[in-house]
Design a protein around this ligand. Structure first.
Ligand code: 5RP
Length: 267
């Protein structure tokens, strides 16, 4: 592994081998998602808990303080939207020069295995890995499912994760599911857990992150389940405890509850 690549990777995976990425990339296809109207404002209070921020270049330039002391994982795929024909119709939308100009510690791309755009998105990943390898930039592949929530099975996610790893992804982001250990076992590179829509129950988030880590994931890349929570800082702190401090879900949930109770009351 080249020094630059190793150095960038070590900035996004902590010395304990774990990572906590905050996903704030939703605007690239969802527009101004609830609580992400200003991604910089949403991200700022959470910075102290996370290891890297996953964001597209528009939000980075417009809303992030360049003096921030936290690595950027740049979202570099796009070309689709919630109101368009097909969410899977993505390509690489950022040049390698721009990735370097923005000082990306890593880049992220969605791959839609089993969709109409499977070939296009897998080849986009392969080409991105080639280009990024020339400049020592690790690539995180996201096994995206678009609106096809039924794809979140171990059988599908293991296949999609392995396909991404074989094209050279340094890290694969995929969903937690039943038999998640099989997904991790079949993926020769580190796996981080994706979030998905906000869950009904706060303990559920902490629990699936804990379970995923027990089954071999190295960390998370979560968005809505943190910043759409009533107490985003409490959830971020709880997840940090589970990821980096070997806290049990119960211990982390207690901290979440106490931070939530200490929040100033609205109105
Ligand atoms: C979907 C993505 C998202 O853009 C985002 O990162 C998801 O975050 P969350 O689902 O936790 O809100 O990668 O494939």
């Amino acid at each position: 592994m080249d020094w630059g690549f190793a150095n960038r990777l070590s900035r996004t995976i902590r010395p304990d081998g774990r990572c906590f990425y905050l996903a704030v990339d939703h605007g690239y296809f969802q527009g101004p998602t609830h609580r992400l109207e200003n991604p910089g404002k949403t991200t700022e209070p959470l910075m102290k808990y996370v290891d890297a921020v996953f964001m597209p270049r528009g939000s980075v330039r417009a809303t992030l303080n360049p003096q921030m002391d936290i690595p950027l994982i740049l979202r570099v795929s796009g070309g689709n939207s919630m109101v368009g024909e097909d969410l899977a119709n993505e390509e690489v939308s950022v040049s390698i020069r721009e990735m370097i100009r923005l000082n990306a510690a890593a880049v992220g791309i969605s791959v839609y295995v089993g969709s109409k755009y499977e070939h296009q998105t897998i080849m986009a990943l392969a080409k991105l890995v080639d280009d990024c390898t020339d400049y020592g930039i690790p690539v995180m592949a996201v096994t995206a499912v678009g609106r096809e929530e039924d794809k979140k099975s171990a059988r599908y996610l293991a296949l999609a994760s392995r396909v991404c790893a074989e094209q050279g992804a340094a890290v694969v982001k995929t969903y937690y599911c039943d038999d998640f250990d099989k997904v991790v076992a079949g993926c020769p590179v580190p796996v981080v857990i994706a979030g998905g829509p906000r869950t009904e129950n706060d303990l559920e988030v902490i629990q699936f992150v804990y379970d995923g880590l027990q089954q071999g994931a190295i960390g998370v890349n979560l968005g809505r389940n943190i910043w759409q929570n009533e107490c985003p800082e409490g959830m971020a702190r709880a997840l940090q405890m589970v990821i980096h401090e070997n806290a049990s879900p119960k211990e982390a949930f207690e901290v979440f509850e106490s931070m939530k109770a200490a929040m100033p009351k609205a109105g």
